[in-house]
Design a protein around this ligand. Structure first.
Ligand SMILES: Cc1cc2nc3c(=O)[nH]c(=O)nc-3n(C[C@H](O)[C@H](O)[C@H](O)COP(=O)(O)OP(=O)(O)OC[C@H]3O[C@@H](n4cnc5c(N)ncnc54)[C@H](O)[C@@H]3O)c2cc1C
Length: 273
């Protein structure tokens, strides 16, 4: 869609060329949402893809995913023997029910920062203990746990002018065993529940990350050998009936039911393997 209020497009090639944040600025990544909405109030687009960050980089201790890495690139990433948890990438990309055209443009960072309740990249990076690197206005940088980035529907903890630069997944999480479940109300509908389980071998814990059924991700850490009853009790303690999300993609009572069901399936799968 034409954005009738936009007067300027800036395409910085490096950080020094990033303009100081001003009212009316809108960061642009893949544009699959930016160009799908009127964006009343946007005066200047800042095209992050011009920064040409390498999409996937092996760094000491893990894998760095640039915020501008597309879903298509992430889904096509090889899954080496030592990083079986990367299988999740393809599953989570599939959970975004867009065509290849969307996959080729939509970015991991755009998905995280748009912060839709059904954002599958939130499940992916939160479940794998990602750390977000954020560029702050004035040239600084801060880090935060990926599970803390999204705080509600369409809301992140980023301040005005902050840019998500990358997400780093630690080697230990990439090496871990995972199980994932997703349910939508309709065949091509957004996720009503998307849960990932992971065995944290060092801590001997089952880590269950609940997304899509709740307004923001919720992570539970339980003993690796938790029983069905123990899991059910832990979920009930953390999430009451009022904590589940309500929209056209599923009502809260159904989402609560799905969360318990899928978490138990995940527990059984990881216990068996
Ligand atoms: C058919 C279709 C199906 C879709 N299904 C889903 C779905 O199931 N789940 C879902 O979550 N989304 C869905 N979307 C919405 C959207 O396409 C995705 O969320 C996509 O991943 C957004 O990424 P993008 O790179 O296109 O972001 P953009 O549209 O470029 O930006 C999205 C928002 O994030 C901000 N932003 C982008 N990058 C950064 C950054 N690095 N730092 C700070 N802010 C940033 C932008 O300013 C903007 O507010 C769908 C869209 C379509 C068209």
């Amino acid at each position: 869609m034409d954005l009738g209020t936009v007067e300027e497009l800036v395409a910085p090639r490096d950080r020094a060329e990033l303009p100081a944040f001003a009212a009316g600025d809108l960061l642009l990544a893949g544009g699959t949402w930016v160009f799908s909405d009127p964006q009343v109030g946007a005066r200047r687009l800042i095209d992050l893809t011009a920064l040409a960050w390498p999409s996937l980089v092996d760094v000491p201790g893990g894998l760095e995913i640039a915020a501008t890495c597309t879903l298509a690139e992430l889904a096509a990433a090889p899954v080496p023997t030592g990083r079986p948890a990367l299988e999740l990438a393809r599953f989570c990309c599939d959970a975004l029910r867009g065509s290849f055209k969307i996959w080729n443009a939509a970015t991991v960072g755009g998905n995280l920062c748009l912060a839709l309740v059904a954002a599958p990249m939130v499940a992916f990076v939160a479940a794998l203990e990602g750390t977000c690197t954020v560029w702050t206005p004035g040239g600084g940088e801060r880090e935060l746990a990926a599970v803390d980035l999204v705080v509600g529907p369409g809301q992140t903890c980023l301040e005005d002018g902050e840019i998500l630069r990358s997400i780093t997944l630690p080697e230990a999480a990439l090496a871990s065993r995972t199980a994932v479940r997703q349910v939508s109300l309709t065949t091509y509908g957004r996720s009503a529940a998307l849960l990932v389980g992971r065995i944290d071998a060092a801590a001997q814990q089952l880590v269950v990350t609940v997304t899509a059924s709740t307004p923001h991700p919720v992570q539970l850490r339980l003993p690796a050998d938790v029983s069905a009853e123990g899991l059910r009790a832990a979920i009930a303690e953390r999430l009451g009936p009022g904590d589940y999300y309500d929209d056209v993609h599923g009502d809260p009572a159904w989402r609560q039911h799905l969360t318990g069901l899928l978490a138990e399936e995940i527990r059984q799968e990881l216990a068996a393997s």
